[in-house]
Design a protein around this ligand. Structure first.
Ligand code: BEZ
Length: 389
């Protein structure tokens, strides 16, 4: 009897030890926390990011680093006031291994703070907040998208090259709008232009009429605007309805016309924007991505889908190096940092601050496409001001 008990105990111990070894080697499912906007003005952007992320995982047979993936989703509503609670639900309640999010810069800064404090890996698949790869940079924080400075600076260079001397800016008043204007101003003024007035309205307000009247009266050579999602649709339509598109070109980072052309229709035709993605790149990688995305989701991909796809590629690169083990933090971070990501946008590398170093395309709206016109600035790296890492 006592021998049987001893045997049973030994078997239980052996099984427990096997389970512990397997867990240490990361054999269970990976918990990915997707914190994205699934409601509000940026809802379509959140859905595209989720689709892109899942597409890459599916292409790897549903596994990264040899481990299956389990998703936990939070709708962040693009609301910075709820961001800390939302991200802590993922970190403390759900014990996720990695957080992927988000779209809105104000929400992303709260997420970066929580990620830095807890050491949880964070991959940002859109929000351009300069600070997260600037003063808040950290070994466990990466971005698969852009900094707000990057496409804005490129558009400033292009506007000056187009011979524009004066510009008015019109943006939402929050980090993304402010930083986008700063980037545009830097590129424009370095090349001989002058930003003569900066107009703002609170996020996600879309009452543009009074501001458009002010622009019509001031008659600048160009207008530069950061808007995205539902706000971008409304601005481009209102701008055309006011007749301003005939005399004063409306420029912006590509968010002004990406994923929005079905709704903007005629009103967006001919618009020039700058972004790290474009239609008509016609590379084998982009063609394959677009075909797979269209087949999987019955939708055309946009820049947000690409950023989601690349966030999964970055996580995959890290986990391949550690064989799925999140415990090897330094190895995981080093592998993502030195990966060359084979993106549909074109291959990119990571800066020391963990932001993509990438080409900024000049695009022109033709029909339902943001057709590539050329490269506005090649291999543009964010200056990462304030990053000490
Ligand atoms: C941002 O808040 O950083 C952002 C939102 C939508 C599109 C691009 C940037």
């Amino acid at each position: 009897m006592s021998i049987r008990i001893a045997r049973t105990t030994l078997t239980a111990l052996a099984l427990a030890s096997l389970a512990a070894t397997a867990a240490a080697q990361g054999a269970g499912k990976i918990k990915v926390g997707l914190m994205l906007p699934f409601s509000g003005t940026y809802a379509a952007l959140g859905v595209a990011i989720e689709n892109g992320f899942k597409l890459y995982v599916q292409e790897q047979g549903g596994k990264l680093g040899g481990r299956e993936i389990e998703y936990v989703k939070v709708d962040d509503e693009s609301d910075p006031a709820k961001a800390t609670d939302n991200v802590n639900k993922l970190i403390k309640r759900d014990n996720v291994d990695v957080i992927v999010g988000t779209v809105h810069s104000g929400v992303a800064m709260a997420m970066a703070k929580a990620a830095k404090e807890s050491g949880t890996l964070l991959i940002i698949p859109n929000a351009g907040a300069d600070a997260v790869t600037g003063p808040m940079c950290a070994p466990n924080i990466f971005r698969s998208s852009f900094s707000n400075w990057q496409p804005a600076y490129a558009m400033g260079v292009v506007a000056a090259k187009e011979g524009k001397k004066t510009a008015i800016t019109l943006t939402w008043k929050y980090a993304a709008g402010d930083e986008s204007v700063n980037g545009f101003k830097e590129g424009f003024e370095k090349n001989g232009g002058k930003v003569v007035k900066q107009l703002t309205l609170p996020f996600p307000n879309v009452e543009f009429q009074a501001l458009l009247t002010e622009i019509a009266a001031a008659k600048p050579d160009a207008v530069y605007s950061f808007m995205a999602g539902g706000g971008a649709v409304k601005l481009v339509k209102d701008y055309a309805a006011a007749g301003l598109n005939k005399s004063i070109p409306l420029y912006g980072p590509g968010f002004l016309t990406d994923g929005t052309l079905d709704a903007q229709g005629e009103t967006a035709q001919g618009m020039l924007t700058t972004l790290h993605y474009a239609d008509g790149l016609n590379t084998p990688k982009d063609n394959a991505f677009r075909a797979a995305y269209a087949q999987a989701f019955k939708l055309q991909p946009d820049v947000y889908a690409v950023q989601g796809y690349d966030a999964a590629q970055m996580l995959g690169a890290g986990l391949a190096a550690t064989k799925g083990d999140f415990g090897k933090k330094a190895e995981l971070s080093a592998a993502i940092q030195k990966a060359k990501i084979d993106s549909p946008r074109g291959a990119f590398t990571m800066s020391k601050a963990h932001n993509p170093v990438q080409d900024m395309y000049l695009r022109k709206v033709e029909g339902k496409e943001n057709k590539v016109v050329g490269v506005a600035v090649k291999a543009l790296a964010d200056p990462a001001r304030g990053c000490r890492m």
